[in-house]
Design a protein around this ligand. Sequence first.
Ligand code: HEC
Length: 470
Amino acid sequence: MLRTVSIATAMVASLGFAALAIAATAPKPALAARSERGSLPRFPDFGQLPPPEVITPDRVFRLAQDFPKALPPPEPAVQRILAIDFRKDWQGYMAATLAYILEGNIENRALSDTFFLEDNKARPWYHVPWQHWGDNGREGLHGLTAEGPVNPHVLNPLQQNQWAAYAVGFYNARGGYTIGQVWQDANNPRIDAVVRDGGFPIGTVVAKLLFTTAPVAEAPLLSNPIEWSAYVKDKFSAPGPTGLPINPRHLASVRLLQVDMMVRDPRADATGGWVFGTWIYNGLQAKVRAPGQTFDNRWRNLMPLGIAWGNDPTVTSFPGGNPAPLKTITNPDLKETVISTDPALPPMHLGYGLRLSGAVDNVESSCKSCHSAAQYPAISNILPGFSMKNGRYLTPKDPEWMRWFRNLKPTEAFDAGAVSTDNSLQLAGSIQNFLAAGNITSGGLYATQYYKGRKIESIYGSRGMTKHSK
Ligand code: HEC
């Protein structure tokens, strides 16, 4: 175990700083350390681990990074998902996708040992590199990155305190191929590879597990929790003015709150190509073991909240949404979203115009809205409410607001002058982190902060922001 840690640390040192000589915008200098295909440097597994006097963990997070070099054929399990018409049977579609995500990741092991992707005998999954970097970067126990704040009352009217959200995302082999195309040379990411290949391949499935530091007492839906021990900050914070953390990390339990999915499905081609869906953990159902299963399977408490295959670009009704919900309300004008009406679901705020958005996501956004801004450079903020016009923040009354609710094609960037990463905010963020890391030691070589006089927005830390708490 200690050996693993020291390898990871050594990688930070060797990769970090051999990487610097390549600039995104400057001509490429000849580089002695430049990797050749087939002998790629490995990416660091994580950036944050408790010191040995606090814990010597049995195992640490390993970044799944053996990206396929050739595009793998779609698996039968994926073909079965794509055969279901999500418009007619959205719950069947989501159930098949959840089974695919869980298979091989949860069976016959303790909850604390779930989702170590290298243990999966059913299929490979892959992580996006360069999420380790920075104060909010990946921790070393489960690979979780700090997502954003969980503001008071978001989970429940009784929630008194602000907590934080932590998450880990992963791509199936079809998606892993695209990650490997972008990161084929660890010193020189190919930002254009996603567009070159027409976006992620059909049959790409992406999943993300989202945990919170909130205790069960403040959010009864977390009862009978799926808990992981992780190296986290209880409350979300961006680094302070010196770059140092404001809240130090400590070892704490985090509880599963939400699971997200994205499926690249040709039936959604006319509305942007992807089907987004999300499940909420409702432990009040107290499901623990499935009939006939001997292991703890409280993943069965995940309830589908809904699915969205388009952003309904012309729908402007319900602009105030449902920010402090006592019950979930739905918008009948939305034709590209379905929200569950199951009375057993905890009340949900949803997003702008009641589009699909997660339990801890911004109420003036939607899954597709944030993800449509996956591009490099990040010229626009992922959230409309954080974007400026004439020195003030946009509101739903501004015509520009609806730019965040377009059905962009996979290869279409949100802003002119940027390159799309086809809805992958982790890929966009990995490039942003890579260049930002280089900029620290060779300031000026990497033009990362500005694009034509406009400040580049940060992809990280915006999820879960309430209005202008930034
Ligand atoms: C407020 C903006 C925002 C909203 C709303 C949002 N996301 Fe994301 N999402 C992000 C960011 C930023 C990342 C990348 C950082 C990370 O994963 O930690 C991300 C990552 C993901 C990933 C991992 C794949 C990737 O690289 O982009 C999935 C899957 C995902 N989100 C699904 C969803 C679903 C489903 C919803 C709606 C229920 C949703 N997201 C709503 C901002 C958002």
